[in-house]
Design a protein around this ligand. Structure first.
Ligand SMILES: C[S@@+](CC[C@H](N)C(=O)[O-])C[C@H]1O[C@@H](n2cnc3c(N)ncnc32)[C@H](O)[C@@H]1O
Length: 894
């Protein structure tokens, strides 16, 4: 131990942020109010109210800003913040009606090496540095930002660091004497703290978020932490001592254990010979762990999970039966034994095989009672729990060795009983000291992310060593100057936030079955004694009986709440990383169904470090950023007056064009703004009507014609007249416009692709069938279920051919005629889907789209449902248009 060597530290004054007697009394009042809130039976009816008794919730909470349950103080906090905001805006001369922003996308992985980011791990995290760029772009000082899936609370950290000049400059921005933030020669924001309201379903998450978002005295923290370390060393140091073998009595010295490696023990199914995995499969010299090895008893080739053609047979786990003192019963668990000790003598590190004294020490600890309470909760069955269950690990305490349990329990008790020190420092060490921490020969150890998998070789890290190392956590607090408010509940029920209160939303939602947060957080939460109520957890999980439809309902409910609490005319950013199209469509559908309008979807090109707009998601594997806005009251009002008639559609398009970026430069080129293209504008107009239950007043052909009459076209994009000068001047300066690449997967994307090739305004030119076909075949990635007409039929239905055989894009007046003919053929095809029965294995998505559009017009929701139910669910979820019709029809049939 290099720290806490001076016992006089014990007598040092404990201090975090020092409360004067008045503040202390105020705090007591809040605690009393929180207790009353907890005692009110109505409180526990709030969706996502965590599982824990009143005392445990009170112990974890720090009211008013943090409550480990839905926060009853939010209305007061927000009211106070609104007042402050008013004053700031007055001072800065900011006017509400002048708020105007374009969609924005920035790298969401920027800043992963920052000490703040690394202070406490979580299953996925968006670094605060990345979020700062978003907050600076969308908000002004004093604004209130919201994150409804806050995890570790990085959005809150980012919000307050927008007032930290050094942090803003670290992003590469310049800050002038007036506090204006510049990117190159462009003023992008103002320096100034923003406030944050953070919410998560998981008490582990909100507890971490609370610590990240509460000012503390870092110096006092370190002093207090060192005192605790000193006490821990006094109490538990003997458990991590080992004899240094390279010296003889009487000069023998003891080393301090850094970590002990434990290994599985296997049995040969052929000869029942028992062997330690470490002995038979690890070649330290070569740095190799063998997949298969020969049984030392009978030479049979064995493996943990034999592949088909390896010729190996499966080695069985050796089991031991022992008495569990905590559960007061006999349990059966897979055998694991210590095989390597890494220890230090002075500053030098050594490794040794455990000797008799080491084994004796472990045995002695096994026989001793742990003085402080440890969590012994049974692990509820989940999608990720078969890994530990298969080894007989059924309760939380089984994830730790006895000595690690002992130290963690003592550390946590000291931290929780002293108000000053963050128990967060201890929770930050709870995973690395568990059996989940894999040992690797290159010493690059870690957990198998997103699982509760206990590896065959795991590392028992000494908690005292780790806590000592984690003292640097205090760096994370040095710049925390503001309390953000934290709510622990489900985002599907945000009653304590009034409507239209918040200025910007940044969310990184749970994505389908990527991560089972409540299962993974169970370890932390058992220590904290407050557990996630997973009923409204928005994930896909077999054990919780949540498949895609349930996930969609939960996501929908959350986004509806986000829509409600956001001010009209303001923006939301949704960060998305999942390669499954169906999940992507579900999120998009939940966003638009809630009322938001998507203005941009961009993906990061990691190689180029630039953002590309995304029009189809077929190949999306990287991070996506959805920028969506809540239409302002004027548009909604106009739409209520004109809903379902042609003027309503153009009101929307006019407003939407006003929200889109005008000229986007990237790498010295002008980019095509995907959302300004006619087919995407049509899709957005369609969605806007359908989500609001209105009839769609224009067909695609009519829409394209009307668009050209009402707005100005440039390079295949549409603009408001007042936006044109800005675009033209950028065009003049930069010359070329980069085309977007299209993912051609079905009839709809084929038609878009053909237009790109044939339309001179998009850089194309008329072409013959022979020119088009070979390129088309290279581009096409047709889905299995898709029954697509031949290319020449698609050309005939959508384009015109001159006498020389060249296909070209018809002028807008002819588009409508062509469309009518095509629609007839599509509806004929759709008719066969309506009449048939049983599963539809192959079908023409365009025909279903056209049919659904027609049914929607006639309010024939039952037919939409009937055909949708004949289609494979996965396909329905893969196509955003079909999903939208189905989803909205479902709402109306019920
Ligand atoms: C992708 S993580 C967010 C991580 C976060 N961006 C960070 O940097 O730490 C998603 C979070 O959503 C939470 N969650 C799941 N269902 C929820 C619900 N219904 N309401 C609120 N939070 C929920 C999970 O507990 C998890 O912490």
């Amino acid at each position: 131990m290099t720290t806490a060597s001076q016992p006089d530290l014990i007598r040092e004054e404990r201090g975090e942020y020092h409360l004067n007697p008045e503040q202390q009394a105020e705090k007591e009042v809040f605690r009393a109010r929180l207790r009353a809130f907890l005692e009110d039976p109505a409180s526990r009816q709030i969706e996502g109210f965590p599982i824990g008794d009143d005392d445990a919730i009170l112990a974890l909470s720090d009211p008013p800003y943090y409550t480990a349950c839905p926060n009853p103080f939010l209305p007061e906090i927000i009211a106070e913040w609104q007042q402050e905001r008013e004053e700031i805006r007055k001072k800065l001369g900011l006017k509400e009606e002048c708020y105007e922003r374009e969609p924005f996308a920035a790298d969401v992985s920027e800043g992963k090496n920052d000490p703040i980011y690394n202070a406490h791990s979580y299953h996925t995290k968006v670094p605060h540095k990345a979020i700062m760029r978003y907050i600076l772009h969308y908000t002004d000082p004093g604004d209130i930002v919201f994150d409804g899936f806050c995890g570790t609370g990085m959005t809150g950290v980012a919000a307050q660091l927008c007032g930290d000049k050094k942090a803003v400059k670290e992003l590469g921005y310049r800050v002038d004497a007036e506090g204006i933030v510049w990117e190159g020669s462009k003023a992008i924001s103002r320096l100034g703290v923003r406030k944050a309201v953070l919410n998560d379903l998981s008490p582990a998450a909100t507890f971490i978020a609370y610590n990240y978002n509460t000012p503390m005295d870092a110096v006092a923290f370190e002093r207090e932490a060192k005192r605790i370390l000193w006490e821990l060393e006094e109490e538990c140091g003997w458990m991590y001592e080992t004899w240094h073998p390279n010296c003889d009595a009487p000069n023998r010295v003891k080393g301090k254990i850094n970590y002990t490696v434990w290994s599985d023990v296997f049995v040969c199914p052929s000869c029942v010979h028992e062997m330690i995995f470490w002995d038979v499969a690890v070649d330290q010299e070569k740095g190799e762990i063998l997949d298969a090895w020969n049984c030392p008893g009978c030479a049979t080739l064995l493996a943990k999970s034999p592949s088909k053609d390896s010729g190996a047979i499966k080695a069985e786990h050796a089991w031991e039966t022992r008495f569990d003192r905590e559960l007061k019963q006999t349990i059966r668990q897979a055998c694991q034994v210590p095989v390597l000790i890494n220890y230090s003598v002075g500053k030098k590190r050594f490794e040794k095989k455990p000797d008799a004294a080491d084994l004796e020490l472990i045995h002695k600890i096994e026989e001793t009672k742990i003085p402080n309470p440890i969590p012994i909760n049974q692990i509820p069955k989940g999608d990720k729990t078969s890994d530990p269950f298969n080894l007989g690990i059924t309760h939380v305490h089984h994830f730790y060795t006895r000595r690690n349990l002992w130290v963690l329990a003592s550390a946590l008790k000291s931290c929780l009983s002293s108000k000053n020190v963050k128990a967060f420092w201890v929770t930050a060490s709870m995973i690395r000291t568990s059996k989940l921490y894999k040992f690797t020969l290159d010493r690059k150890m870690g957990t198998v992310s997103g699982t509760l998998y206990i590896p065959s070789l795991w590392t028992e890290n000494s908690p005292v060593k780790l806590l000592n190392y984690k003292l640097s956590i205090s760096e994370a607090f040095l710049r925390t100057i503001q309390f953000n408010s934290i709510n622990n509940g489900s985002s599907s029920d945000l009653k304590s936030i009034s409507s239209e209160e918040l200025d910007y939303i940044f969310v990184d939602p749970p994505f389908g079955s990527n991560l089972m947060y409540s299962e993974l957080n169970f370890l932390w939460e058992s220590w904290l004694e407050v557990l996630t109520n997973n009923k409204p957890e928005a994930i896909i999980n077999n054990t919780q009986h949540k498949a895609m439809p349930e996930y969609m309902i939960l996501m929908g409910a959350c986004f509806r709440e986000f829509y409600r609490v956001l001010k009209p005319g303001r923006w939301m950013t949704v960060e998305f990383h999942n390669s499954q199209n169906a999940i992507w469509n579900t999120i998009q559908e939940a966003v638009t169904r809630a009322g938001f309008v998507i203005a941009d979807v961009s993906s990061l090109d990691k190689q180029q470090g630039s953002f590309n707009q995304v029009t189809a998601t077929g190949s999306v594997k990287q991070d996506l950023i959805i920028s969506a806005y809540k239409p302002n009251d004027n548009l909604e009002e106009l739409f209520r007056l004109h809903a379902g008639n042609v003027e309503g559609a153009w009101d929307f398009v006019r407003y939407h064009l006003g929200q889109l970026p005008v000229a986007v430069e990237s790498g010295g080129e002008l980019e095509t703004v995907a959302e300004r293209q006619d087919f995407l504008l049509f899709d957005r107009m369609l969605a806007f009507h359908i989500q609001r239950g209105a009839a769609v007043p224009l067909s695609a052909g009519e829409f394209y014609g009307g668009l050209r009459q009402r707005f100005v076209e440039r390079d295949g994009m549409f603009f408001l007249a007042e936006q044109v000068p800005q675009y033209d001047s950028a065009r003049l300066r930069l010359g070329r416009v980069a085309q977007l690449s299209l993912f051609v997967k079905d009839e709809k994307t084929t038609i878009q692709w053909l237009r790109q090739r044939l339309d001179p305004s998009l850089g194309g030119e008329p072409a013959t069938f022979q020119d088009l076909q070979p390129v088309f075949l290279q581009q096409l990635h047709q889905a299995k279920h898709e029954s697509m007409p031949e290319l020449h039929i698609l050309l005939e239905q959508n384009f015109l051919q001159d006498e020389a055989g060249y296909w070209y894009v018809p002028d807008p007046s002819k588009v409508s005629d062509l469309e009518k003919v095509r629609l007839k053929s599509l509806l004929r095809e759709f008719g066969t889907y309506v009449e048939g029965s049983g599963r539809l294995r192959q079908f023409r998505s365009e025909a279903v789209r056209a049919g659904f559009g027609e049914c929607w017009k006639k309010r024939d929701y039952a037919t939409i449902m009937k055909v949708a139910e004949r289609m494979p669910e996965s396909v329905l979820h893969e196509d955003p248009d079909l999903l939208m019709y189905y989803d909205n029809a479902t709402l109306r049939v019920k």
